[in-house]
Ligand binder design. Sequence first.
Ligand SMILES: NC(=O)c1ccc[n+]([C@@H]2O[C@H](COP(=O)([O-])OP(=O)(O)OC[C@H]3O[C@@H](n4cnc5c(N)ncnc54)[C@H](O)[C@@H]3O)[C@@H](O)[C@H]2O)c1
Length: 344
Amino acid sequence: MINVLVTGGAGFIGGNFVRYALKKHPDWRIVNLDKLTYAGRKENLSDIEQDPDTASRYQFVLGDIADASVVDPLFDEEKFTYAFNFAAETHVDRSIGDPGGFIQTDVYGTYVLLEAGKRNDLKRFVQISTDEVYGSIDEGSFTETDLITPRNPYSASKAGADRLAYSYFSTYGMDVVVTRASNNYGPYQYPEKLVPLFVTNALEDLPLPLYGDGKNIRDWLHVDDHCSGLDFVCAKGKAGEVYNIGGGNERMNIEITGLILKTLNKPDTLIKPVEDRLGHDRRYSVSTEKLQSLGWKSEKDFETGIVETIKWYENNREWWEPIKSGEYKEYYESMYRDRLDKAS
Ligand SMILES: NC(=O)c1ccc[n+]([C@@H]2O[C@H](COP(=O)([O-])OP(=O)(O)OC[C@H]3O[C@@H](n4cnc5c(N)ncnc54)[C@H](O)[C@@H]3O)[C@@H](O)[C@H]2O)c1
């Protein structure tokens, strides 16, 4: 068996990756180290824990990647071959209100993992970075050699981790690869992010708080394509390199909003333009030529994938309804109540 560490596997992309990788690699055993923050849900992988094909090859460990007293013994015991670092604070809006936790997890946590990997002769460390580290671009697409100019505390923390990971390659010769993916969509995404927030609000006939003029552009990548890209980079990527992973589906937020309402047969009057996010990046765009030249490409047709995703939230109310109470409610009120009041 090949022992693999996945951090943040109780979150959106990490959880989808655990499911993807256990099915794709019958010789992989995955340890999922997750702190279970507000965004982490152990039950996202209950199907994996119950399936006889995967149950014995999956283990959940509750813990903080920034806590060496958890991370070090885990590396010593498990002798991991690969580590995929998904664990992070991930929501730009939350980072604007409270950057400290982002620096602690995204930067310091990555350092603790890198140290443990270095001491234990890890074969490959995959740092899951983001296209947001490049910052905004009005025209054209960022390539991996472009300057990174992150513009909010989330993207700046991720940029710190991205370059720290690289430094373990350039300084210590550790096998590190860095991936920078675009906006993911798919099942199990916490409903603070655009797609699940707007789908679940629309299903409840609540207003959809659309930032600014709604013309901010993101490239949309299905989470399964992100998983296949990460798996591909782990197998075929070159140590010390950065790889963009994109879907080639640039859409304005207002277009995504319209698609959601149309699919759910809900009226446009649910759209409520609200005061913009501070420092809101206008457009993200990455070139994926480098990864394509190695033989990877995204497979999911966007129009099909987004409708499947919308339907997933429609058919899995028992997943998101309990989330949209408690901590979420407080967060939502503090983010949007004033903005929605001003807009009405
Ligand atoms: N969502 C996107 O569109 C996107 C795009 C590109 C890159 N990424 C990157 O992919 C990764 C996963 O993103 P996501 O959207 O799945 O995030 P998420 O917020 O859904 O999940 C994050 C997970 O990390 C865990 N976590 C947080 N702090 C931790 C800590 N200190 N120790 C251990 N676990 C901790 C949480 O409990 C949660 O399970 C992140 O690194 C993110 O920057 C995301």
